[in-house]
Design a protein around this ligand. Structure first.
Ligand SMILES: Nc1ncnc2c1ncn2[C@@H]1O[C@H](COP(=O)(O)OP(=O)(O)O)[C@@H](O)[C@H]1O
Ligand SMILES: [Mg+2]
Length: 277
């Protein structure tokens, strides 16, 4: 049984704008999934179905094998935590601490457990020293981290992040990558995120869905997707730099193994040019 599965999920916005068309998506346990696609591809619309914010026009969304219903919506929202693109919309309490406490308090947890979870979540996103601050006065990146902490404090099994790096500076992006990886490594959380920044994907994901105009046009491992330069270009995405460079070197007769992350590329180049093992 999959944690999340959509079957022929179709969603039409009022005014007959197609948001999604026959989307089949699967999130198995422990997966780290990237959903990539240009603006308007349908990423946010898809994510809004994962915790019942939008209801399918046709087709279905199954959470642990069960369709979302009035009866199980609370359980679903405990199980699948979604951090939306615009962090501002998710923050409304007078202090950072209170904001992060909102979700776990609503789950009916006792005060002691809530306090513990809030501390832990703020530590995980590196905001423990700003617990008493007014969220409204934080920077964009800090607000995003508070929004993420608020979701993590509910300890969902699946963490869904819609464009988590949008608006972050390079250090913010690096911190976020490290922190997402630690969530999936340490807590076995399944992570699903969307992005149109292809350089970031291999650092976090092990599986990719490519969306275009409300449909899924391809899915596969990093290797399977990033080797298809034409596919990426056709849906208005960049071809990642490292595989592009390595492919070009190979065409020039230089034997370098394929690499997608900085670390992989570094060892591939050292091996190719210095003969290091
Ligand atoms: N509230 C809305 N009302 C009408 N159309 C919408 C609304 N939100 C999104 N859409 C349309 O649905 C399609 C998918 O949008 P969206 O899911 O936001 O894409 P992405 O997140 O990949 O940028 C686009 O054509 C967009 O214009
Ligand atoms: Mg979006």
């Amino acid at each position: 049984m999959h944690l999340i599965e959509t079957r022929d999920l179709t969603y039409v916005y009022p005014g007959s704008v197609t948001g999604l068309e026959k989307v089949n998506f699967i999130a198995p346990r422990n997966a780290r999934i990237a959903v990539i696609g240009a603006n308007g591809a349908g990423k946010s619309t898809l994510f809004k179905h994962f915790n019942g914010i939008l209801k399918p026009t046709s087709g279905s969304v199954l959470i642990r094998g069960e369709p979302i219903s009035k009866e199980n919506i609370r359980e679903v929202r405990k199980f699948v935590g979604v951090v939306f693109q615009n962090a501002d919309d998710q923050i409304f309490s007078p202090t950072v601490e209170q904001d992060v406490a909102f979700g776990p308090t609503n789950l009916g947890l006792d005060e002691e457990t809530v306090r513990h979870r809030v501390e832990e979540a703020l530590r995980m996103v590196g905001m423990e020293d700003r617990a008493g601050r007014v969220p409204h006065h934080l920077s964009g990146g800090e607000k995003k981290r508070v929004a993420i902490a608020g979701i993590i404090a509910m300890e969902p099994q699946v963490l869904v992040l819609d464009e988590p790096t949008a608006g972050l500076d390079p250090q913010g992006v690096a911190d976020l990558v490290g922190f997402i990886n630690s969530l999936s490594r340490k807590y076995g959380m399944t992570v699903i995120f969307s992005s149109h920044d292809v350089s970031l994907i291999p650092e976090i994901a092990d599986y990719i869905y490519v969306m275009n105009k409300g449909t899924i046009v391809a899915s596969g491992t990093i290797d399977e997707i990033f080797s298809q330069a034409e596919l990426l270009t056709s849906v208005r995405l960049d071809v990642p730099l490292l595989p592009k460079l390595i492919r070009s070197l190979r065409e020039h007769g230089i034997d370098v193994s394929m690499a997608y992350t900085f670390q992989e590329a570094e060892s591939a180049f050292l091996k190719a040019f210095k003969g290091e093992p």
